[in-house]
Design a protein around this ligand. Sequence first.
Ligand code: NAP
Length: 510
Amino acid sequence: MAGHHSEHEHVRVAVVGSGFGGLGAAVRLRREGVTDFVILERSGSVGGTWRDNSYPGCACDVPSHLYSFSFAPNPEWPRTFSGQEHIRAYLEHVTDTFGLRPHIRLDSEAKHMRWDAERLLWEIETSSGTLTADVVVSATGPLSDPKIPDIAGIDTFEGKIFHSAQWDHDYDLRGKRVAMIGTGASAIQIVPEIQKEVGRLTLFQRTPPWVLPRADRAISGAERWLHRQLPFTAKARRGLLWGIRELQVQAFTKRPNELGMIESLAKRNMHRAIKDPVLREKLTPTYRIGCKRILLSNTYYPALARPNVDLVASGLSEIRGNTLVAADGTETEVDAIIFGTGFHVTDMPIADRVTGADGRTLAESWQDGMKSLRGATAAGFPNWMTIIGPNTGLGNSSMILMIESQLNYMADYVRQLDTLGGRVALAARPSAVNAWNRRVQDRMKRTVWNTGGCTSWYLDQNGVNTTVWPGTTTEFRSATRRVDLAEYEVVRPPKPVQAASGARTEKVGA
Ligand code: NAP
């Protein structure tokens, strides 16, 4: 941007992260004609959560033809629910196809970003040097920093410990006594895979999940040929997958009782494999289906019925040497512990690394809960936006749809800055942020996530759902189509004569 002097390299946009969100942002920026941008990636390759999660059985529960970018269809998806390695390869392919490599800085972890209110830019310290940017697009994702619970005595454990997202492929599980902690989407994919190898598997289940059958199958050569030759067939397939899910949303958001019908399908899925009534009892949830993410598996329950598996229907509460003690007092001796205990979602670690206009970090500003404007921007953090920000998650459809909506918003944001011209920033008005959050939380009241009788990672420490979008993807698409300048203050640099008085703001719209 004109008139800017800095001792550091300066870019128009710095994108943080190279998962679906960051790569999508990069493609979109290029399409908007913005080429002056970098993607900062803390790791040595692209792919985000699909690079990190390499545990046995890792796959996506959203059909691949929907869990991919609309602008990068892949006629070659091998299965209806493709595995991690195929999704990761897809992201590498997107990186090449759209010429993103020159923009990517690998092994460049964003350590800290600070808003410079005088110069109207972000100063970003990374592990490979400092740079400045007019706009930051933070695409670090909600499922990127593994969470291991603070278990008393964890330091006394002498065996092997790792998290599902940091799988130790060098550790040989064969014949070992292994504890799997947690029964979320990751754990239930891992259990059937490792059950075949380990000597004894003890699963610590604090809350049983609802598990529906998984309609996974190979996509035939004929289908793939058709999608290759006639791209509209792949588009139609995607449209159908999207439409079905769009119609289901109301049950989650407005009429949770309708979901009761699906509970019987899940129970039948369990009854088919689990013949022991005591085990069935332990595995039967007592909350409404959908309150926690619905899991899909045909192999989880059969694995639990195998003789080398024990289910402890209680959380892990203490570790004494090699003995794991559950909250109900059950003691189990193991050689290895695998934590399938999820991620730091509502306490997003990147928030500690962002310092805004008033000198406070985003984490401090979000102390009482994450709050954004349209899932993207935050009050006090001009020209900073996040992809998959607060209340943009989905309970039943593809996150890529939400990401693409946020990319529309980002594109319009950058366009608006260009139109305003000169050195300029947009600062979300607190009143607009509050109005948006009131609207979101009002709609949240009736949803299954809030009324279903469970606790989940969707809720923050105060029990507020700051993660899920309480509507259809279509509604979110229309809410993010354009940046409404009335919701922002337009910030200009201080005039030379006013140099000491800080940046001035312009009134635009209401
Ligand atoms: P998660 O859903 O947060 O599950 C964490 C699990 O750890 C829960 O079962 C939790 O129990 C349990 N837990 C926590 N502390 C415990 C303790 N002290 N003792 C026993 N259990 C404990 O994490 P995740 O499975 O990694 O999944 C996170 C998200 O990633 C998913 O919801 C999904 O969005 C995504 N994901 C998707 C797929 C897929 O598409 N198939 C696969 C993996 C992940 P409570 O339920 O009692 O809290």
